[in-house]
Design a protein around this ligand. Structure first.
Ligand code: DAT
Length: 174
């Protein structure tokens, strides 16, 4: 990977944990570019089939990777997605897995309109730390960090920590 002067940050975790909220605010404060994979796929129709069980289109992971690679190679991108094992490992300098307490997450997803199996499965995904396991399986353990994402104070402290990490990374790499 060519040398870049700004890092790429992955924000991942179960739907509803607060990736988008954190990612957009982090982009404002750090000047890095925010990319929401769901939106990118929607805009470019980067789908491959339809999931009958969850009633949603299936992401075409290869096309997402192709679409983003050039931008990622330049650095300075914050990526937001509820999965992480299909991105090239070389893309990310740090990975944050956001985590939310069950009841809290249940309420957030319910107010988003999730019901039945979709609601249950997502809460279970969080209980079993599925995305954290996926992240440590896909990236070096030392770049994967868990962040609590329950209350507004968590958002603020996560923002401060990540902004500080980005600033330090840029000092060390420029
Ligand atoms: P995601 O992008 O992971 O699906 P989101 O950013 O859309 O999640 O957030 C889901 C809901 O939770 C939304 O109503 C905002 C709220 N939220 C996010 N972070 C929070 C925090 N730290 N404290 C309280 N509520 C939060």
């Amino acid at each position: 990977m060519k040398k870049v002067n700004r890092p790429n940050v992955l924000l991942t975790g179960t739907p509803g944990v607060g990736k988008t909220t954190l990612g957009k605010e982090l982009a404002q404060r750090s000047g890095l570019e925010y990319v929401n994979i769901g939106d990118l796929a929607q805009e470019g129709q980067l789908f491959d089939g339809f999931d009958e069980e969850y009633q949603c289109p299936v992401l075409d992971e290869d096309r997402v990777v192709d679409e983003l690679d050039e931008k990622m190679v330049d650095g300075g991108v914050i990526v937001d997605y509820h999965g992480c094992d299909f991105f090239p490992e070389r893309w990310f300098h740090i990975v944050f897995v956001l985590q939310t307490d069950n009841t809290n997450l249940y309420n957030r997803l319910e107010s988003r309109g999730y019901t039945g199996k979709k609601l249950q499965d997502n809460v279970q995904c969080e209980i079993f730390q599925t995305i954290y396991e996926e992240a440590v399986g896909a990236y070096k353990a030392e770049i994967v960090h868990r962040l609590p994402s329950n209350k507004p104070e968590d958002l603020e402290s996560n923002l401060e920590q990540i902004v500080q990490w980005i600033e330090q990374w840029m000092k060390d790499n420029n």
